[in-house]
Structures are given as structure tokens and as C-alpha cells.
Design a protein around this ligand. Structure first.
Ligand code: AVI
Length: 323
């Protein structure tokens, strides 16, 4: 691994175009067409997601931040000194800086993200700001297999940080497998600090995925743009419409792209046919009660040790330990 000026080159476990193509074609061949939501986050998708995060209707970031601010002293006490922090989907590193500023002498930080550029920026910044912290970036799709590089210095315990309720975007079985995978990384005495979105008024949920400025619609449609650019496809974005709704029975918000007409779309030598009104399911975002999440966590080897919520009970930050 190359190391220059304290900067570690990210270990790279990104899957290439072949896997992206295979997942797109197999998803679009299903009776209910679907695309994995993890592919939203190319450069423009990540930028659009940042914009979503500053919308009034999208309550998640500000609510989570307010909980973290109110509870950071307790969180720091629970984590204790000399922790190794591992963040899945580290993005622009904003959330970890807040944690690092309040933890007691953290030893190392392993950001895991699909964007090489974001990892480079975050690593540079953290190396400058926290010269004693070992930053060991990993470029990977964290839903696939990859390895971590562990620090040279001794640490007290690994703490996995998974904020933003990204766990909401996993279907129940993959969510369980993912938590099991994290529990193995945390065992025997580590912990998971996770943001979990809660059930709430359906009007609030509807607004969060149907914002008035159309940013969520642009974020959803950008997936077709990405497929056009990277997979030699010919989706006409005007021929698809963003459609998002909360399904109380399934307890999830779902996003779709609905074909505005009967059409055929060439995609890397394959033709995908759409009926008028047929949709591609692009994302699920599950909402939990505290009890539902506790049950899922305990089925994966975790025990929920502490839960913090906001006064409206819209969101939770939870501290899970391995049993
Ligand atoms: C990242 N994830 C938790 C977001 C969510 O709310 O499910 C992604 C998102 N999709 C539309 N808006 C935001």
C-alpha cells in the first residue's frame, strides 16, 4: 500500500462495469422491473443526494444531527477511549468529524465508500486535522465483499458507524445479513452506532420522497442517465416519471420510474420493452418502530444497549453491542 505524507491510498474493491451491467439487465428482465438503489450514487447522484439532505421536507439529516448533538457526551462515554472507528458509506465525512471532535482519543478511522474522490478528500482533510489518527480508507461497495486494513496502533474496540438510516434501503433479508456481517466485525466487544428512521405520519413521509423542488425526482431519474453513460443505453428521461409513495402495509417508502408510454430501450445490445405505465422499482426505504428494529437486531447477534430519539420520535440513533 502506497503511503505518502501520511496519506494512505485507498484499498480498491470496486466492482466494474460488468457487474453493473449484469445487475441492470437482470433487474430489467424481471416481471416487476427493478434496479438496485446503490447505483444512485455516481458523482451527480451523490451531488443530488447532498441537495436532498438540505431540503426542508427531507427530515432525516437534521433530525439525526439534532439527536447526535444532544447525546454526544453519552455516546462518547459509551464508546470510551482509543476506539477504532469504521464507517460504512462515509461520503463527505461530515458526520465523522463531529464524532471525532467529541470522542476520547480515537486511534484510527476506516472510511468505506464507493467514491475514490470522496475518500481522497476526506482522508486528506482528516490527516491534516487529526495528525495522530490513522486513516485507512477502503474503496468498496460495502454490500459486497471487501477487506479492512487494521491500524498499527492498539485500539480498545471497533465501533462501526452507519448513520443516515441507510439500513432502511436494504430489504429485510439482506438487512439481516448485513447486520450479521457487522456483528462479526464488532465481536467480541465492539459496537454499532446506527441511525434508524422511524414510522411517522404518512404525509410527512410522502413529502420527504416527493419534494416540491423536484430534487428527489432528479435523483431518481439520474439513475437512467448513469445507465445511459456507463452502459451504452438509450433511455430518454422525458419518457419516465418519478413516482414515490409510502406503503403502510409494507412499512416502506418506495420509489419508481414510470414509463410514460409503450417504448423499447436499447441497452448494450439488449432491448428492454416497457408498457405504458409500467414501472422500474428503484428504491425501498423501510421505516421501523423501536420494537421492530430491536427484534431484527437481536436476531443478528446484537443487543440494543441505548436508543436516543428526537422529541417527535421521528428518528433514532442506536448503540448496539454484540452479545
Ligand atoms: C440513503 N437513504 C437512507 C435515503 C432514504 O431516505 O432512503 C435515500 C433517499 N432516497 C430518496 N431520498 C433519499
Amino acid at each position: 500500500m502506497a503511503k505518502e505524507n501520511n496519506q494512505v491510498t485507498p484499498r480498491d474493491f470496486r466492482a466494474g462495469r460488468e457487474r453493473f451491467l449484469a445487475e441492470v439487465i437482470s433487474g430489467l428482465r424481471r416481471p416487476q422491473k427493478e434496479l438496485p438503489s446503490k447505483y444512485f450514487y455516481d458523482e451527480s447522484g451523490s451531488r443530488l443526494f447532498q441537495q436532498i439532505c438540505s431540503l426542508d421536507e427531507y427530515y432525516i439529516p437534521r433530525t439525526e444531527e439534532s439527536i447526535m448533538q444532544a447525546c454526544i457526551v453519552e455516546i462518547a462515554e459509551l464508546i470510551g477511549p482509543k476506539a477504532l472507528l469504521i464507517e460504512y458509506g462515509s461520503g463527505d465525512g461530515k458526520k465523522i468529524r463531529f464524532l471525532l471532535d467529541h470522542l476520547h482519543d480515537p486511534v484510527a478511522y476506516i472510511p468505506v465508500d464507493i467514491s475514490h474522490e470522496l475518500l481522497d478528500n476526506v482522508s486528506n482533510e482528516l490527516n491534516n486535522k487529526y495528525p495522530d489518527l490513522e486513516v485507512l480508507p477502503v474503496c468498496a461497495d460495502y454490500t459486497a465483499s471487501f477487506e479492512l486494513t487494521y491500524p498499527r496502533q492498539a485500539y480498545s474496540r471497533p465501533i462501526v458507524f452507519f448513520p443516515g438510516s441507510t439500513i432502511s434501503n436494504f430489504d429485510p433479508v439482506p438487512a439481516k445479513h448485513f447486520l450479521e456481517h457487522i456483528a462479526r466485525k464488532c465481536a467480541p466487544d465492539g459496537a454499532l452506532l446506527i441511525g434508524v428512521d422511524l414510522k411517522k405520519d404518512t404525509g410527512i413521509l410522502h413529502g420527504a420522497y416527493n419534494d416540491s423542488q423536484g430534487v428527489t425526482a432528479a435523483f431518481n431519474l439520474n439513475l437512467l442517465n448513469r445507465i445511459n453513460h456507463e452502459l451504452n443505453s438509450d433511455f430518454h428521461l422525458d419518457n419516465f416519471q418519478h413516482y414515490a409513495f409510502y406503503n403502510p402495509r409494507e412499512t416502506r417508502a418506495a420509489m419508481h420510474l414510470v414509463s410514460r408510454k409503450k417504448q423499447s430501450v436499447p441497452s448494450d445490445g439488449v432491448v428492454i420493452n416497457f408498457e405504458d405505465g409500467e414501472s422500474i422499482w428503484t428504491e425501498s426505504s423501510y421505516k421501523f418502530t423501536l420494537d421492530e428494529f430491536r427484534q431484527m437486531a437481536s436476531a443478528t447477534g446484537f443487543h440494543v444497549e441505548h436508543v436516543w430519539t428526537d422529541p417527535q420520535n421521528w428518528f433514532s440513533v442506536q448503540y448496539l453491542v454484540t452479545r
